[in-house]
Ligand binder design. Structure first.
Ligand code: AMP
Length: 393
């Protein structure tokens, strides 16, 4: 049996995994996730080509990320995969100013990642928990941290800084941008399906439960909508996106809100959910006939149009737009509320192609090519894990 690569991706409400055969290009053998952790946790897994097994965790109810990772490891054991794992790649949300590349995890790196918890208190601890669990189960196996921030580290100073005293920038108060592994996945895919566009100026919109957009020039990140934290930029399922910081000062002064209350407001009660009063889930909003649902979708589309204009300005022009993530890949309605308004930028949407989420959803003469590209963060993590382990052999 050949060596296997395991990827672990501990998100805010799920832990995803994938298992690859370690070859020249890693081949996926199995994938799955423990999802809905905070509410009614479920575990789903399938071998490639096989039917998915889905079980509710026992006892039913909420589960921790540790528990999620433990379920995945137990499944790998039961499928007789665990003994062959030769490297583990982890998605790590925050690499701070330092990590611009994936890193092999040793005690010093782990300590550096712990020191970054204050920069991503809602996400980084889950990633660390996954690393610790994997280290315990696979002692001596190389573990590689792949950062969501790394892709953006080469941005110019003006894209990286806030208009605050310089000492705060030096302390690490910068725009990090996130979803970097997804953007890397899109860039890699473009190199195959549209090498010309891969060399051009592209705005990629990663629209899932979390949402951001990134300006990419010849494969390099130039600007992104997410800033110091993953709450900035576009509105999301439950996160606000950009708000005037003066609103927060007002809420502190007039509503007596403290840090915990503001965190809950900005991360859990805002965005599509807060605006619609219906749901954080785009599918449910599209089905709903309550007026708030249409308002929330309209606001999401409006902010995305504005951000695409802003990112095109950062790029000094635009050759292409890519939609990805659950909403970007599957919501024809959202794309149709964005693209016709970008005719001034050179976008000529093909409505029929958009309805069936074709690879290219603009007409042949369109100055800007718009594509729908599925993201594959797991494949990026696996590739990095493979490269990092080879380099050390
Ligand atoms: P992600 O975080 O990438 O899994 O994306 C989750 C989001 O994608 C949720 O808001 C879903 O409602 C949305 N989504 C998934 N499938 C569809 C679909 N067929 N139509 C509209 N939205 C969808």
């Amino acid at each position: 049996v050949t060596d296997l690569l395991l990827t672990l991706n501990a998100g805010s409400s799920s832990v995803k995994f994938a298992l690859f055969e370690a070859g020249e290009t890693p081949v996926r053998l199995a994938a799955g996730q423990v999802e809905n952790l905070a509410k009614l946790a479920r575990f789903k897994a399938a071998r490639t080509g096989g039917a998915a097994e889905a079980v509710e965790l026992q006892p039913s109810g909420p589960a921790t990320h540790q528990r999620g990772v433990a379920e995945i490891l137990a499944w790998l054991e039961q499928q007789a995969f665990a003994g062959h794992v030769a490297a583990v790649g982890h998605r790590v949300v925050h690499g701070g100013p330092r990590f611009a590349e994936p890193a092999i995890i040793d005690p010093a790196v782990l300590e550096a990642l712990r020191a970054l918890v204050p920069l991503a208190p809602l996400h980084q601890p889950h990633n660390l928990a996954a690393i610790e669990a994997a280290q315990l189960r696979f002692p001596g196996v190389k573990q590689v941290a792949c950062f969501d921030t790394a892709f953006h580290r080469g941005q110019p100073f003006v894209a990286d800084v806030f208009g605050l005293p310089r000492a705060l920038y030096e302390e690490g108060v910068r725009r990090y941008g996130f979803h970097g592994l997804s953007y890397e996945s899109i860039v890699t895919r473009l190199r195959t399906v549209d090498p010309g566009l891969a060399q051009g100026r592209v705005v990629v919109a990663h629209l899932g439960n979390g949402a951001s957009a990134c300006a990419i020039s010849a494969g390099r990140s130039v600007a992104s909508t997410m800033g110091f934290t993953a709450v900035d930029g576009l509105p999301m399922g439950t996160r606000s996106g950009q708000v005037d910081p003066g609103v927060l000062l007002y809420l502190m002064a007039e509503h007596g809100m403290d840090q915990a209350a503001l965190t809950d407001l900005l991360y859990n009660r805002s965005g599509l959910l807060g605006l619609s009063g219906v749901s954080n889930d785009m599918r449910e909003l599209e089905r709903s006939d309550r007026p708030g649902a249409a308002d929330a979708i309209a606001y999401f589309a409006y902010r995305l149009r504005r951000e695409i204009g802003s990112l095109a300005a950062a790029l000094g022009g635009i050759d292409g737009i890519v939609f990805t993530g659950g909403i970007g890949e599957h919501s024809a309605r959202l794309r149709a509320e964005v693209l016709p308004h970008l005719a001034w930028l050179g976008v000529d949407m093909d409505a029929e192609a958009n309805d069936r989420a074709a690879d290219v959803i603009t007409r042949p003469g369109s100055a800007v090519t718009v594509r729908v590209v599925p993201t594959d963060e797991e494949a990026v993590i696996a590739r990095h894990a493979l490269l990092a382990t080879k380099a050390r052999r």
